[in-house]
Every structure is written in C-alpha cells, then in structure tokens.
Design a protein around this ligand. Sequence first.
Ligand code: GRG
Length: 308
Amino acid sequence: MSRAEDRGDPFALEPYLEEERARVGEALEDILRDLLPDLPEAIGRPIAHSVRAGGKRLRPILCATAFRASGRGGVGAAVYRLAGSLELIHTYSLMHDDLPCMDDAPLRRGQPTAHTVFGEAATTVAGAALIAAAGSVAWEALVALGVGEDTRRRVLVRLADASGARGMVGGQALDIDAEGRPLSREEIDRLHGMKTGALISSSLEIGAMAAEASEVRTQALAEYGRRIGLAFQIADDVLDATSSTGVLGKKPSDDALAKSTYVGLLGVEGARRRAEVQVDLAIHALDTVNLDSAALRALARYVVERAN
Ligand code: GRG
C-alpha cells in the first residue's frame, strides 16, 4: 500500500496521483539514464523532450495500482520501471501520432511536439527506439521483481499485442481508414477499444500478472481496464468538443480531421452518460471478484472527471 492509499476513506485521489506521478517520473529518469548514452544525441533529444513533457501518467499509475491491488505490497522501484515501460509505448504513440503524416499536431502536453523542434526523421526514429526499449525495460523489471520466466514471457506478449496490430496500431489503422466516413457506434467502439483501450487495459493486466494474481482476478482487472478505456475515450471526445487548447495542452482536432466521435454520435450529454455507465461497469467488474481497491474506484471516476 502507498502512503496515500493508507490514509483511509474517503480516498484522497489528488495526493495519490501526485505521489504516483513522482514515482513514475523517477523511474522514467532512471530509464533515460540507461537508454540515452546508447543513442546519438540527435535521437536522444526528442526522446528526452517527449518523455519529460509530463502528461497524466495514467497507464503506469494503473499498472502499479493493479500490482498492489493484487496483493503485492510496496512501492519498490522495479514495479515503477515495469509501469514506465507502458509510458514509453504511450509516449512513442503520441510522437508518431503528432507527425505531419498523421495528425500534424503542433502542441502536445502544453509543449511543442517533438517533430516541430527536432525534425520528422529524428522523431520517427526516436519513437521507434522507444518501442524496443519498452520491451527490454519490462523484461528486466520483471526479473528484478522475481517474476517467473513463463509469466515474464506472457507479459511481454501481452505488451506487444496491446501495442501492435491487435491493439493500438491496429486501432490507428482503422482510424486512418475511417477518415471522412461516418462510423456506427459498434465501429467506433472497436476502433477505440483497440487504439486507446488496449494499452489502458493491458496496463492493469500486466500489473496483475507481475503480482502473480489469479487468472480470474487478472481478467476482472482487464475488464475494468476495457471499461475505463472506453470511458476515457468518450471523455476525451467530450473534452475535445468543450475545452480549450490552454486547458488541454493540445489543439482540439477531431472536427478538423472530420473524425466520427462519441459526441457526434450521442451529443455531449449522451456521451457523458455513456461514460458514467462504463465507470459503473468497471467498478462492478472489481466487485465480481471482491477486489476492494479504493484507489481503483477513484481512478475510474477520475478518468471521466479529469480536466485534460
Ligand atoms: C506507426 C507512424 C506510426 C503511427 C502510429 C501508434 C500510433 C501512431 C498512434 C496511436 C494512437 C494514439 C495516440 C492513441 C492514444 C490516444 C490518446 C487518448 C492519447 C492521449 O492520452 P492521455 O490523455 O495523454 O493519457 P497524456 O498526455 O496525459 O499522457
């Protein structure tokens, strides 16, 4: 249990997020210290810029929280390095997603995007370096946690599937294919389940697997992750439609790219209601296996109540 988790109900989410972000930040700095000396500076700079740009660190926080909720105590560095591997994948996806051949975005996390500072070629290569780094960082963190070789292999397969054609990259491919064409609710759900939901859900599953949780609990956490992943994306569409560049740290873009969104399909209020239902279903998934985690319940609410 972390210090903030130990403070009892009502759960103090803000201090929890602050503490967790600090621990994730330390782990990412550690990872950069290992990684950057092996790379030419021109490639290392976009990595350092993008990894240090901040962001909510939601995926690593979910991973570390699922690890603890599965009965492995402590806040040791290794679990945050494992969690950090998910942030490396997420960061690469943002770097590539912002490129001129994708969303062509000037701003991310309130900062100029990597390609606008360091160029497209260096940013493309730097993003690719992060994918491979994530695999080795995760493997070594699992070794440090004393996780058996079979589970280590299964975690790496999970990470690869969630990041690749069966997950995030597959969802991005569907997104590119859908531009300018209206999608049904089922199609939008599938697209975002892969593009955004797969990495979020795998963050929880990987935390549970590293803690050697039972299969039934691991699957309940994966279901919780799918539900909050969908809620997260719906909330993202609502924020994109209702918030400003200053608050979001990026330019709202879905309208400009003629993308089908949950707000377009359900309206702002309908989208908010659907996100709330997903949060309730996420918490229900935990209840079915008696997984009593105030942190996970609070994080599910945070996903739809966040300001950016
Ligand atoms: C291979 C060239 C090439 C491109 C692929 C993989 C990929 C590019 C794109 C993935 C799509 C993607 C970026 C999905 C995530 C969408 C999303 C909701 C991002 C924002 O996540 P937050 O709000 O961001 O957690 P912070 O900044 O808080 O970390």
